[in-house]
Design a protein around this ligand. Structure first.
Ligand SMILES: Cc1cc2nc3c(=O)[nH]c(=O)nc-3n(C[C@H](O)[C@H](O)[C@H](O)COP(=O)(O)OP(=O)(O)OC[C@H]3O[C@@H](n4cnc5c(N)ncnc54)[C@H](O)[C@@H]3O)c2cc1C
Length: 411
């Protein structure tokens, strides 16, 4: 902290205004709390790491939360609904299809570019009188005392808040400063992300295809394009990243097949190394941990952001129901961490299990996988269980995820 700069006092300081931190700030704008958001890179900046050109599959629970935050109308204009999910194992007989109409829901999820979400969240945040946005500014150190968290900033005055929220991503400085350990499991896989234009219209189908070199997710996108998440070993990823467009498309075609006809064009490619990070707890003294700071997952099931948004909706509800209480009080933070425990544990285990199951090259396991997909395809209860997951995974859902207002009369 620079010695001359007087520290600003806030009820809640959210460090990180990415996908999850900005959503929390918007939820808290309904409460009588002084909230500050510190974000290193403003959303308009091309280098913003959260609101980049990646596409994210938003679940129906996320849709409800965004409706409650008043941003869904803007997001849905540029979102592509997923009407069907097709799962297959390359070279095996098994495949499975989950269909939204059969499940009696309009869509299994919605695909949208992260930058669209960022624009909608920040546009609305800038209209909230109680939310102070400090950006660009980076938190460089955090110190926890009995009464508050002191944050040093590069690019702005220091801050003192009764509650600090770590929304600063997988390598969270705030989590570390609060003394919460995070285990990290490197999958030794890299996701190659880009948009591809196929000959045939995707017809709102999302494809998840398991191949010997790793899973390929192909998500429906606007203008007939599809979003690709191609998981490969780091060496293979580096190799395909270096290919010219035509050989890249030829290799992708061979791995994905011809369900969408010829793959014609590919936009800029970005590579993400994949790891599982899991904080030992979602809270610490005067600190709540949300989003990728609490858990960073493999994108195989497309659930990381959806889970992180439930962290934000839950924390907002705990704060809403504790008005008059110290927002950084130990009992309140324990309620938040306890509520999140089951959902986190179940989804991390499910996602990690999926990565391992489809990563096993052993022939009997491959055969069983194929059989599993066939059985799944024949089982209406299994499919409806899977489609219900798009609302939330395990445990009690926060009000916003159930389509109820955060504050006000609740039935
Ligand atoms: C390839 C890939 C595909 C994915 N696909 C899906 C999907 O389909 N569906 C899904 O649900 N999830 C998906 N995810 C997961 C999803 O992207 C993450 O869960 C989500 O981005 C987490 O958001 P966050 O706001 O918690 O963290 P981040 O996105 O990491 O944002 C952290 C923010 O904090 C800021 N920051 C960091 N440090 C500081 C500091 N010291 N001071 C100030 N600001 C700071 C950063 O600038 C950034 O804006 C995917 C992830 C990957 C890698």
């Amino acid at each position: 902290m620079s010695a001359a700069a007087p520290a600003t006092v806030a009820d809640v300081a959210i460090v990180g205004g990415g996908m999850v931190g900005a959503s929390l700030a918007l939820a808290l704008s309904a409460l009588p709390l002084e909230v500050v958001v510190v974000e290193a890179t403003p959303p308009e900046d091309g280098a913003q790491p959260s609101f980049d050109t990646r596409t994210t599959a938003l679940s129906n629970g996320t849709r409800r939360i965004f409706e409650g935050l008043g941003v869904w109308d803007e997001i849905v204009r540029e979102a592509t609904p997923i009407r069907r999910i097709h799962v297959s194992d390359r070279g095996r007989f098994g495949s499975a299809v989950v269909d939204a109409a059969e499940q009696g829901i309009p869509a299994l999820g919605y695909v949208v570019e992260n930058r669209v979400v960022g624009r909608a969240l920040w546009r609305r945040l800038r209209l909230c009188p109680r939310i102070r946005l400090v950006s660009p500014a980076t938190v460089t150190a955090a110190r926890v005392t009995d009464a508050a968290v002191h944050l040093d900033l590069d690019g702005a005055d220091a801050l003192v808040a009764r509650l600090a929220v770590a929304a600063d991503g997988a390598g969270s400085l705030v989590r570390e400063a609060a003394g919460v350990a995070a285990e990290r499991w490197d999958y030794d896989q890299t996701a190659v992300i880009c948009q591809v234009t196929p000959d045939r219209f995707h017809d709102h189908v999302a494809y998840e295809r398991f191949t010997p070199s790793g899973p390929i997710a192909v998500l429906p996108a606007p203008d007939g394009r599809v979003g690709l998440v191609w998981t490969l070993s780091p060496g293979e990823a580096a190799r395909v990243m270096a290919l010219a467009d035509a050989p890249f498309l030829a290799e992708l075609q061979a791995a994905f097949g011809w369900r969408l006809g010829r793959l014609r064009a590919v936009a800029r490619r970005v590579a993400y190394p994949l790891a599982l990070t899991r904080a030992a707890s979602s809270s610490a003294p005067r600190t709540a941990i949300i989003g990728a700071a609490a858990q960073g997952m493999h994108p195989i099931a497309g659930q990381g952001f959806n889970l992180g948004l439930r962290d934000a909706a839950t924390l907002a509800e705990v704060l809403a129901d504790a008005q008059g209480e110290d927002p950084g009080g130990a009992a309140l933070l324990e309620r938040y961490a306890e509520w999140r425990r089951m959902d986190r544990r179940a989804l991390i285990a499910f996602t990690d299990g999926l990565v391992r199951l489809f990563g096993i090259p052993w022939e009997p396991v491959k055969r069983a996988r194929g059989l599993g997909l066939v059985l799944f395809d024949l089982s209406p209860p299994a499919k409806s269980a899977l489609s219900r997951l798009s609302l939330g995974f395990a445990g009690r859902l926060p009000r916003l995820a159930r389509g109820l207002p955060l504050v006000g009369p609740v039935s």
